[in-house]
Design a protein around this ligand. Structure first.
Ligand SMILES: O=C(O)CCC(=O)c1ccccc1C(=O)O
Ligand SMILES: [Mg+2]
Length: 369
């Protein structure tokens, strides 16, 4: 692969509404974008790190540091034949998955464009559209939550994910289930509970939830295996899984029955595909999580979701979910049936609105490769 330049760009974007999880509230984001070019094509990636270290130890600042001071020097000295080489090239850099993931995605997009293929095709995707779920932040009361769910169900979303935390948990989910007996409903705790809450999870176990996502500590697979043994509802791991090896161990321990694969959390598309394949071999369905991405990150999420074992609707809501104006055109839209089309154009299949991106750019630095 020919690469001539790599550009790091951060853009300031304000979400349509503050989004609360058990970790905190997100309303404005400084988002790190990675652009790689060979002089003819440009590949785009998005680093999903926040500006602060409360959800993840990585931040925009740490990612810029790791990319500038360690990843770029390794890329400069390497001969990359295929983007699947990047994962092993960057393996000596310990962790920093989100920094690696942004660069990895940009290089996969560039490669697909050089091959005149869609990213989905290069990854081995088989679907022409993917089912879409929606993630709903913690609301001020259950009435507000039910009102929002009613709107989203009517818009066609195929999975309703409800953020929970201590005090906004079983009773809320019970009333939601009573209001929507047939809707596919899941809960995401973002590690807000412990095994001391086992009785609470046994009560949730009566609500026919699709899954309970990351109920326990962000770095745990042992307590999750004890919880999964005690309840029928599938446990889904998100924050606990940073790599293929984490997934292998979690499966071996019985810590989960499904995995939320986030490209950025696991270090890029190759690792995400490896985890997808491992789960398929173990009859464990997967789905693609979201991190409030721009259309660039969402386009990567749609591409990876086209692989066959991404059989559960992902958090792949369209551009209008979070942004008054996305940085791509056309924006990602959802059909009335609750699906997003998998682009057939080259690479990620979306065009960056360069005028708009330039107008919201906060930081910009280009490195020759
Ligand atoms: O981007 C989306 O639509 C999903 C957002 C979401 O749920 C989320 C957003 C930020 C951090 C963690 C999570 C999560 O899935 O746990
Ligand atoms: Mg989650």
């Amino acid at each position: 692969m020919k690469i001539t330049d790599l550009t790091l760009r951060t853009v300031d974007m304000t979400m349509k509404f503050p989004f609360e999880t058990s970790v905190g509230i997100t309303d404005t984001r400084e988002i790190l974008l990675i652009e790689v070019t060979d002089g003819e094509y440009v590949g785009y990636g998005e680093c999903v790190a926040d500006i602060d270290p409360y959800y993840s130890e990585e931040t925009v600042e740490t990612a810029i540091h790791i990319i500038k001071d360690f990843i770029i020097p390794r890329l400069k000295g390497a001969s990359i034949q295929h983007p699947s080489d990047i994962s092993s090239l960057l393996a000596p850099i310990r962790r920093h998955q989100m920094a690696k993931g942004g660069v990895d995605c940009a290089l996969w997009d560039l490669y697909a464009k050089q091959q005149a293929k869609s990213l989905s095709e290069v990854l081995g995707g088989t679907k022409t559209e993917v089912p879409v779920g929606i993630s709903i932040g913690i609301q001020k009361d259950v009435e507000t939550l039910i009102e929002k769910i009613n709107v989203y169900v009517n818009e066609g979303y195929q999975k309703i994910k409800i953020k929970i935390k201590p005090g906004f948990d079983y009773e809320i989910l019970k009333q939601v289930r009573e209001a929507f007996p047939a809707v596919s409903i899941m809960a995401d705790a973002n590690s807000a509970f412990t095994l001391q809450d086992l009785e609470l999870f046994k009560k949730m176990d009566t609500l026919n939830l699709l899954m309970i996502e990351q109920p326990l500590a962000h770095d745990d697979i042992v307590d999750h295996s004890k919880l999964q043994a005690a309840i029928q509802t599938p446990v889904c791991l998100d924050e606990s899984i940073h790599s293929f090896e984490d997934a292998r161990k979690a499966i071996e321990l019985g810590s989960c029955k499904t995995i939320n694969i986030k490209i950025g959390r696991v270090g890029g598309l190759f690792e995400a595909k490896q985890i997808h394949d491992l789960c398929a071999e173990n009859n464990i369905p997967v789905w693609c999580g979201g991190m409030f991405e721009t259309g660039i990150g969402r386009a990567h999420n749609v591409a990876i979701s086209s692989l066959h074992n991404f059989s559960i609707p992902g958090d792949t809501a369209p551009s209008a979910r979070y942004w008054d104006k996305d940085i791509i055109e056309p924006e990602i839209t959802m059909s009335e049936a609750g699906t997003v089309a998998v682009p057939t154009e080259q690479g990620i299949g979306v065009t960056v609105d360069q005028t708009h991106v330039d107008s919201i750019t906060k930081r910009l630095e280009t490195f020759s490769m």
